[in-house]
Design a binder for this molecule. Sequence first.
Ligand SMILES: [Zn+2]
Length: 420
Amino acid sequence: VRGADLNRPELIADGAVAVDAGRIVAVGDSTALLDRYDGERVVDASGRLVTPGLVDPHTHLVHGGTRHEQWGRSILGLPTDSLRDGIGDTVRKTREASSEELHRDLLGRLDAMLAHGTTTVETKSGYGLSAPAERRLLDVVDSVRHPVEVVSTYLGAHVMPPDFADRREAYVDQVVAQLPEARRFAEFCDICCDPVGFTPDECRRISAAAQALGFKIRVHGDQNGPAGGAEFAVEVGASSVDHLEYVSDRAIAMLRDCATAAVLLPGVTYHLMDLVPTPGDPTWSRPKHPDLAVKFRRLVDSGALVALATDYNPGTSPTLSMQMIMQLAARLYRLTYGEIWHLSTINAAASLDRHDQVGSLEVGKQADLVVWAVPSHELVINQFGVNLVHSVVKGGAVVHRRDERTALRDTEFWPEARPR
Ligand SMILES: [Zn+2]
């Protein structure tokens, strides 16, 4: 969904969804559907919003440790490790963690995502950066069994490991050499086309080898400087290019009507405080990216296929909640209710090549639904900081219910609510 259509969410008042064998068989008026179907089980969502499950198309869920110490210094403008050293710190902690710990933590993170309404998630390797360490991360993702569908991405080309700093070509060789093995686990190959990552020429070498093996491509593009990341992504027909803080005008024009999705990551903007001046910095009165909302507005209005994601990772976006991301997208990028819902459901699914399976409530699709504790789609974005999920249905099964002891009362949002 693109451009002005983003502001036309399709809403059904007093609606219902009929599900059979995990698939949606009808969507429409409650009374009509209750007449037509003799449901084995009826879930009463009276007074509540029901939406497609949220899709999170960019995360780094498998890692060891946190980076809260560096972050605590950086928000005060004190010297910290560079971003590269920041990722290096996570690489060290990830290599030290046992596979059992990584597996357990991954399950815990998926539980938290599900509880906040996410039913499909993409996750990347990339904190191993050696062939055996990357293989282990892909293995951990491959072995996980959880109601949230996990899409696996190989991100050997995340950053240049410090021990390869003067041997860049040798590291690219290593990434390319691992592609056949990684293909057994991963559907996508992500490449970081960024000043801290790889040059467009290095990226082209990796993408050509990956595409020859049947990988679809994702790109970390232009986060830390203009690097031609978005141009590279469009050129190779990538499924997505993510970040885009330094996206060029030329790339915005290229992304118009293009199949490559532009995935925006407001969790990073928020956590790195890109819109807030840094005390102590001589240029303190100017935030790093004062124009992000203007740039992303042009991207959305131009007709690009735009999506949202958490970019969950311990350094630059430690949130598992797509709800939080939707709330931030309004406040930081000034996107509208309708835009944000499309960007977090059907467009996020399209960036993962799953728009015919998930991301909207349509006949034939997987029955992935979120029942919200609020009566309208606007309230999910207007409120913030409290989990508004009532329950989650994945493939037709209720897989999560809120804890009634801690949940807000319905009357908070729906004054006419009466105990039933
Ligand atoms: Zn990322």
